[in-house]
Design a protein around this ligand. Structure first.
Ligand code: NAD
Length: 539
């Protein structure tokens, strides 16, 4: 058995982007160049890059009249061709020495963190409307981290071997899945788009990638990086366009072996149903991995420090306009500190600046598209008309230039209020104020209010209460934070994912995820095979 050295990955440092710093000047000029030019994004099928006649425009959410590019829309033949091409190429990729596959993705990580850093960061600012810090921690750091840590996990997995028996050598071979993997990715993280392909590809799989329409701008940059890193064409084929058309073809194919999905709960459930309906057509039982929605909470215990609670709520709720699956959207505050904490929250929230990401003073930018803008506005209108709550901050929405929604704070008197239960995916937090002496019972409410269980935070200075809540909320969140916001997981430090309606909890950015993309084969060699069927005791 080949000796495998464990690769030790390290987190990519976050750059500061202080005024006049080299990285800031670089990103600003890259942003301006990209914003004032146009890119046409093809389908990627093997070595072919196909620009189709049917295209969609790419519009920055903060300036939706400025077209920065187009992307191609796949038809049935394109999707069929993309799958055929993957299957043709599969053998040469899966039999390539694992070290070579690792080298390709490690080089890709260096390109993300180096040569392409300004481009992928500026692309994320333009295409997904993230401020520089949010773009940096996603597109540069998290993406590079995923690529490097996955190599580390691969070496750990390959090293996990069974023991040998008397006269027997046993080897576990971590084969990739037999068919192809279908990756369907969301708009909100460039890093997720790249990782949902790269993680399974690293383990030797071939991938059909369907990115979100609203992440296509950086999907191209990811494909460019993979190509420059030496990823052979035909390992990851990108098809963009109608998600139902593409999914129906992929999920009815006999060689479909796995779904790697991140996105909303409704879409994931639909895809799971389709897989169930096709179960007799497949050679394999497909692996189904889905990280989905959240209704993430921050619970302040009566001992909570006001400053840290306030910062956790504002950052957790409003960073990236609340469009993180882990964003805080329901908050529980004890009566004893509610007056002070809420008035400080309002005061600070009013100071938040919002606008284009190229103005570095803006903490918030636009929400992703018209549908999101309408959905969030409808929740705010519902709250405005309800007798059960008051909007105490924000509430204004303006889509004349970009899709801008004010950071909004609602206080409800109904702990089961609609905005305490449903994922809004926008900059709206709802607060419920509880009686201090009921804090333990309130944890039951936290657990049962929503069907999601992704992230949650408990803010407290009291050790016993932390212990109690950690036990009580065991299934309420897959990522549980103590004295912090409920977002901002770092690869290698906080493996990410939740259960219940929030997903299959396969923990992106961990070994657990990579294990889903292999189908291990045990090879057992007997050195002196028995020559007589009778056992010794029978004589
Ligand atoms: P979405 O579900 O609208 O889209 C996700 C992907 O599914 C996109 O590629 C989209 O084109 C595709 N899709 C949409 N409708 C489809 C259909 N009918 N059939 C097949 N594919 C379809 O999600 P989004 O708006 O891109 O992202 C936001 C959602 O993702 C939120 O619910 C958020 O909580 C979730 N999310 C979860 C995590 C996590 O780790 N748990 C991370 C990021 C985002």
């Amino acid at each position: 058995m080949e000796e495998i050295k464990i690769y030790k990955a390290q987190n990519e440092p976050v750059l500061s982007y202080m005024k006049n710093s080299k990285e800031r000047v670089n990103v600003e000029s890259t942003y301006n160049n990209m914003f004032n030019s146009k890119v046409d994004i093809p389908l990627y099928i093997g070595s072919e890059k196909i620009l189709t006649s049917e295209r969609k425009n790419i519009l920055p959410p903060h300036d939706h009249k400025n077209i920065v590019g187009t992307f191609s829309l796949a038809n049935k033949k394109h999707v069929d061709d993309a799958i055929d091409n993957l299957l043709d190429f599969k053998e040469s990729w899966s039999t390539m020495h694992w070290k070579k596959r690792c080298d390709i993705f490690l080089l890709a990580a260096d390109l993300v963190a180096g040569k392409y850093r300004a481009k992928i960061t500026a692309g994320t600012m333009i295409g997904q409307s993230k401020n520089i810090f949010q773009a940096e921690i996603d597109a540069a750091c998290e993406f590079a981290d995923f690529l490097r840590f996955n190599v580390s996990y691969l070496t750990e997995i390959y090293n996990e071997q069974p023991i040998d028996g008397p006269g027997k050598t046993n080897i576990l071979e971590y084969r990739p899945l037999e068919g192809f993997v279908y990756s369907v990715t969301p708009f909100n993280f460039t890093a997720i788009g790249g990782n949902l392909c790269a993680s399974a590809a690293l383990m030797g799989n071939v991938i059909l990638w369907k990115p979100s329409d609203n992440q296509m701008y950086t999907a191209k940059i990811i494909m460019d990086i993979f190509e420059e890193a030496g990823l052979p064409p035909g390992v990851i084929n990108l098809v963009s366009g109608d998600p139902i058309l593409i999914s129906d073809i992929a999920l009815s194919h006999p060689e479909f072996s796995g779904l790697h999905f991140t996105g909303s709960t409704t879409v994931f459930k639909e895809l799971w149903k389709k897989i169930g309906n096709n179960i007799h057509n497949y050679r394999d039982y497909p692996r189904i991995v889905g990280e989905t929605g959240g209704k993430d909470f921050i619970f302040c215990h009566p001992s909570a420090k006001i400053d840290s609670a306030r910062t956790a709520i504002i950052r957790g709720g409003f960073e990236y306009q609340g469009q993180k699956c882990s964003a805080a959207s329901r908050v529980y505050i004890p009566k004893s500190i509610s007056k002070e904490l809420i008035s400080e929250l309002i005061e600070k929230t009013k100071k938040i600046k919002m606008g284009s990401p190229i103005d570095f003073n803006n903490f918030m930018n636009a929400v992703i598209h018209k549908n999101a803008f309408d959905r969030i506005s409808n929740y705010i209108s519902y709250a405005r008309e309800s007798q059960d709550c008051d909007i105490v901050c924000g509430g204004e929405c303006d889509d004349s230039v970009g899709y801008f929604v004010d950071p909004t704070i609602i206080i409800t008197r109904n702990k089961q209020f609609k905005t305490m239960q449903e994922e809004i995916f926008g900059p709206v937090i709802t607060i419920y104020v509880y009686d201090d002496n009921e804090w333990k019972e309130m944890l039951n409410t936290v657990d049962s209010t929503s069907h999601y269980a992704l992230t949650g935070a408990f803010i407290s200075e009291d050790e016993d209460s932390i212990d109690f809540a950690t036990k009580k909320l065991i299934y309420s969140a897959g990522n549980f934070y103590i004295n912090d916001k409920c977002s901002g997981a770092v690869v290698g430090q906080q493996p990410f994912g939740g259960s219940r309606a929030s997903g299959t909890d396969d923990k992106a950015g961990s070994k657990l995820n990579l294990l889903r993309w292999v189908s291990p084969r045990l090879i057992s060699t007997t050195h002196n095979p028995p020559t007589e069927f009778k056992y010794d005791y029978m004589d």
